[in-house]
Write a new protein. Structure first.
Length: 309
């Protein structure tokens, strides 16, 4: 049943959601993202058997933004182990917007989970490497392994556009440095994080990452283990509980697929025994999730009974 989503069918589904392309707004708090075209829509499915289907403007590239938090978490866990990471970052959803500083005062200083900005900034800070570029270089090599594509880079314009305007993220870092969750220079930590968020790819490459996670962390073609199985499981669990920011609960009910979104308008979904689904549609709702991405995943989930629940 699930494999019935062929190329033609996927094209039809994308046309069904095209009318939503102008609902919501393209992210503008990162100046470089405001130039994205809301009409550029694309979707790809990479099945765990290695086959793939795609529809729309699949040549479009976009930056990972918050989707990078899942990948950085996997690498930080591989670098440091679960105990080290979860001593410094929690496992609970927040129900607050992704850039909120509010809970840090209560915990104190320890972010509630790695999918909100505070947690993600702390996680990136834990990735091994003496300099921001060394950390980002290791992260890029990891992305190359996940996608089997060594051409992927970060977009320098988007990275510096965010770095220059990211005062909330700086505040989160200063707060966590005070509480010794973050070590070293705040500017360097932000430099690594904004470059991580600016890693640029397309829906086909992103869907392959989803399929690899669905495959328990093993490369689909070579069978090589890229992420230990229990760490892939942790990443997917966070995608369920915190992946869609403070819309994770309604997304779990309406769609029920582990997923992570980014403010570039991209969504990464990963479904065990099925594969990865990546959607790109730059217009965002008021929580920062892609309007087209949410709608398309909801339609596919309902039609093909994809919910894990
Ligand atoms: N780089 C973005 C930020 O830190 C990522 C946020 C997002 O995609 N929700 O604000």
């Amino acid at each position: 049943m699930k494999k019935d989503i062929t190329q033609n069918i996927l094209e039809d589904w994308l046309e069904n959601v095209r009318p939503y392309a102008h609902d919501g707004q393209v992210a503008n708090y990162i100046p470089a993202l405001s130039r994205q075209n809301p009409e550029e829509l694309a979707v790809a499915i990479h099945y765990v058997n290695g086959e793939s289907v795609e529809a729309g403007y699949t040549e479009a590239t976009f930056t990972l933004q918050s989707i990078s938090k899942v990948i950085a978490l996997a690498l930080a866990l591989m670098d440091n182990g679960e105990e080290y990471v979860f001593e410094r970052v929690g496992m609970e959803p927040t129900g607050d917007p992704f850039h909120s500083i509010y809970r840090l005062e209560k915990t104190p200083g320890k972010p509630l989970n790695p999918m909100i900005n505070a947690g993600a900034l702390a996680v990136t800070n834990m990735i091994h490497g003496d300099t921001p570029d060394e950390k980002v270089g290791r992260l890029l090599s990891f992305v190359h392994d996940l996608t089997d594509d060594h051409s992927i880079r970060y977009n320098e314009e988007v990275a510096s556009s965010e770095f220059e305007t990211s005062f909330l993220n700086r505040s989160l870092l200063f707060y966590m440095k005070q509480h010794r969750i973050v070590t070293g220079s705040v500017e360097e930590a932000l430099d690594a994080y904004t470059k991580q968020c600016a890693i640029e790819l397309n829906v086909c490459q992103l869907a392959r990452i989803g399929a690899l996670l669905a495959n328990g962390g093993r490369d689909l073609e070579s069978g090589r283990r890229i992420i230990p199985k229990h760490l892939a499981r942790i990443c997917k669990t966070f995608m369920v509980t915190c992946g869609m920011y403070d819309a994770s609960g309604s997304f779990a009910i309406k769609v029920g697929i582990p997923a992570k979104s980014g403010v570039s308008g991209s969504v990464l979904a990963s479904l065990n025994d099925f594969g990865g689904i990546a959607v790109y549609g730059p217009s965002l709702d008021d929580k920062g999730n892609s309007v087209v991405g949410l709608k398309l995943l909801e339609l596919l989930s309902n039609r093909y009974d994809l919910s894990i629940f």
